[in-house]
Design a protein around this ligand. Structure first.
Ligand code: IMP
Ligand code: MG
Length: 335
């Protein structure tokens, strides 16, 4: 079973695996009670809902289920203006909370990202997340509780989640980016400013490891990366376009580089995240006949074989399969 009571969602590659889509599906399907976002404003989680596209940098992707409590954990780093803008856009004022101890990212951090030569070389998103976290580590950062505009939203996220888990509510911890961008386990120095693994997601939310039942690892049917750093099997842009794998970043609009699915990286991600289940998104980009399919049996033979091969090579079941952009374009193989 998934999401009862507590599941972590993590990315397997370099982010942009489609976590936003998977979370929005689970929110609607499983009627999630609580969703905690971790990380910072650099990540854009794309959610298509009722024909509208949202690229969420702050608000948890589970907002699509109107009864879900939305939280931003203590380990997160909040961009106040972006947060307030998204709260308006998604109309979640009454049900969103920010931990008192979440730290704040400011305009000066973005300037530092954009003007520092070595960070430019890494190809950061330019939001300033690395510099903001540096400031937190120096113990000079502002915290959410210091910001007057955040006053109505301030809460104790770890406390809320602990109560929810004890009451057997459905809780999802929403990771950002993917394992290969982890400060510890990724392709250093071409990484983001924090660990992106499942354990770090729990830590940022304030949830102990024994409280977690499932780790759902999200793979895309091919791999993409924005910014610099290694990408095994990288295709030319021309080849990516030909295959229908060419994408641009939801947050920054930059070209995404692409490569075929890599089983070695997938196995590493399963191991380090302690993943119990996998989701595979964008199957329809690799096998166009899959578009809109809602059952495994509808898939063409090669697509079914690809999934069976992933399960064989990584050792966990692929329980959710994305076949289109809308939240409900999913094959759900859970019991
Ligand atoms: P930063 O996190 O903005 O410092 O960027 C560091 C590296 O992580 C760069 O290669 C970025 O392109 C990449 N990165 C950061 N956030 C995301 C994301 O949400 N999706 C994909 N790449 C990301
Ligand atoms: Mg993204």
């Amino acid at each position: 079973m998934i999401c009862v009571p507590c599941t972590v969602i993590a990315g397997a590659f370099w982010g942009d695996e489609g976590k936003g889509k998977i979370i929005s599906y689970l929110a609607l399907k499983d009627k999630l009670d609580v969703c905690v976002r971790t990380g910072s404003v650099n990540a854009a989680h794309t959610v298509w809902f009722k024909g509208k596209r949202y690229a969420l940098h702050m608000v948890p992707a589970a907002f699509v289920f109107e009864k879900c409590r939305l939280l931003i954990g203590a380990g997160s780093n909040v961009h106040v203006a972006q947060f307030l803008k998204e709260v308006e856009e998604t109309n979640v004022k009454e049900r969103v909370g920010v931990d008192a101890q979440a730290s704040i990212i400011e305009e000066k951090h973005s300037e530092q990202d954009k003007t520092s030569a070595h960070l430019k070389g890494i190809g950061t998103t330019g939001w300033g997340v690395g510099p903001a976290i540096e400031e937190r580590v120096r113990r000079t950062a502002k915290l959410a509780k210091d910001i007057p505009e955040l006053k109505p939203y301030i809460t104790d996220v770890a406390g809320e989640v602990s109560n929810a888990v004890d009451a057997n509510k459905k809780v999802l911890l929403e990771g950002t980016q993917g394992l290969m961008l982890s400060l510890f386990h990724g392709t250093y120095p071409y990484v983001t400013g924090r660990d992106t693994s499942a354990a770090a997601i729990c830590s940022e939310a304030g949830v102990g490891p024994t409280k977690v039942d499932d780790v759902l690892l999200v793979f895309k049917a091919f791999m993409t990366r924005v910014g610099a750093g290694p990408l095994p099997g990288e295709l030319t842009k021309e080849e990516a376009i030909k295959r229908g794998w060419f994408e641009t970043a939801a947050g920054t609009g930059r070209d995404r580089r692409s490569a075929p699915f890599n089983f070695e990286i997938a196995r590493k991600a399963v191991k380090i995240n302690g993943a119990t289940q996998a989701a595979l998104t964008k199957l329809d980009s690799v096998y166009p006949q899959c578009k809109g399919a809602r059952s495994f049996d509808e898939l063409p033979k090669e697509a079914r074989e690809f999934i069976v091969e992933i399960e064989r090579q990584v050792g966990i079941p692929v329980v959710l399969i994305g076949t289109g952009p809308e939240a409900l374009d999913i094959i759900d193989r859970r019991k």
